[in-house]
Design a protein around this ligand. Sequence first.
Ligand code: MSP
Length: 613
Amino acid sequence: MAVARMNMNCSIQSSLSCILKPSSFFNFRTTHFRNRLYFPQNNFIAPKRSLLCTCSSNTNAFQTGEKAEPFVITTPLYYVNAPPHMGSAYTTIAADAIARFQRLLGKRVIFITGTDEHGEKIATAASAGGSSPREHCDVISQAYKMLWKDLDIAYDKFIRTTDPKHEAIVEEFYSRVLANDDIYRADYEGLYCVNCEEYKDEKELLENNCCPTHLKPCVPRKEDNYFFALSKYQKSLEEILAQNPDFVQPSYRLNEVQSWIKSGLRDFSISRAAVDWGIPVPNDNKQTIYVWFDALLGYISALLEDKDQPNLQSAVSSGWPASLHLIGKDILRFHAVYWPAMLMSAGLSIPKRVFGHGFLTKDGMKMGKSLGNTIEPNELVHKFGVDAIRYFFLREVEFGNDGDYSEDRFINIVNAHLANTIGNLLNRTLGLLKKNCQSTLVVDSTIAAEGKEFKDTVEKLVEKARIHYENLALSSACEAVLEIGNAGNLYMDKHQPWSLFKQGGDASEAAAKDLVIILETMRIIAIALSPVAPSLCRRIHAQLGYSEDQFDNLNWSETKWGGLKGGQVMAEPKPVFARIEQLKENENGGAEAPKKVVKKKEKKKQVQGVIEA
Ligand code: MSP
């Protein structure tokens, strides 16, 4: 028996399937995927699309046009038991950077995020706050949307699992799995972690049956539930992973997934008898569908257009399978094991890639709502501005690994990289151009760089950044762009155009060319760093005399040297990133906060200073 202490107490629910089965199911495959990998026999999946992961490693192609396969990227759908914190913001910032990079490549991107609103812990949080679950969900879901706006998150779809269209998709999906004989009814007794919304294996628990993630004791539960026959998909999953080692990334997480599967997959319960706040099980409204069997479907229902009928056929044809699920490592099992098996059961393609990143930690512990050790993203935005936050977390935490937050480190990094290496370089170059060339470029950047190695250096670094973005090595991508800035600073220091201008004649001409070279470098940085720090890059680009529209329509191919032309007039030099100053203890009159201020600005205006400088 695949499920621990489980007793069959009812005939298999699939006997209901003939009652439930909608006519569209008549074409539907009902065999299992035991020993082979399937190309489903129904016409539900586009004929050439395999169930298998077909991870396309060549994302270098510049695809355009409506017909091109979209790049569909998802964040997890966040639980609305509490407002968002920096941990939830982290996944979304990373997803946004990847989505922006793919758009720069010319891809049609569908960036999906949203909120996971059903289940016991949401209902409990709502009642603790004295509101109905629906009111509670409306408020918290809105808080997510507002934070995404503040963090420059350009998502395409925001799905709420309480959306009736989503509920229709979940019901249809459930019925498909049922029709495939993969749902049965049984008793279950085990230890449950409400925060994970998951039954736990005793051997994975800490002392006093505490959940290793939430450090809270799991509670004994006994329920009569519907189960999903996960164990039937053991062989298929093993084969998928063996044949598609890129399906789970980073590679060290693949080993983890493989060992879970190897240790034997157990069927899991997909309904709850004691939870009202959920989607009723089709044909048994005494039970609601388990939150994960509901929320994962959000990745598909999000694809529905407003005009679409809410059915799987429409949703899937708008872009399934997802190109990339971006998730934290704690929910890898759901995405890399449960979800592909569920999809196979329903005859749908599995996603192309699942990337499990690490945790933001505080004092070594996962930052989270349950442990109450979170950092308030809104506070950080107001204190330091959106670019600093996005840049710091993507640059400082190697994507995939855990990373600890420290305010001192935060300030040091963003000051050194964004204010000094990039902001200062631009500002002093534009200052010199204004003083000596009426803010006008004397020649094309291609001519200015003729015979200079510098151009090759920049081009090599941009290519390095592109490869890192492709591989989701976001920190290394930032590092490569920063190296371009460092190279620019070295060039300035070596050529000293300010003293060449003083010499006049040929020296002055050379100096004017040097400024063109540096500004071309800044133009390239403005494109290459735009996935990570879009507002900052917009300001840099505007300083180079470009319009908002030109920024919005940039393409990665424009990182090629040669964009700036002779005669082009630069904008008035204005700092693009204000340095963050740290007050010494005694400058604050002994008061505890605020300790950090942005130079020469009041606290409220600091934000403006940083964002709009
Ligand atoms: N609702 C589920 C996901 C369903 S997806 C169909 C869920 N929600 S969550 O709000 O608890 O977590 C959402 C994501 O935030 C997870 O990927 C989780 O790893 C991530 N993070 C939560 N705290 C985090 C950190 N401290 N650091 C980094 N990411 C963290 O799970």
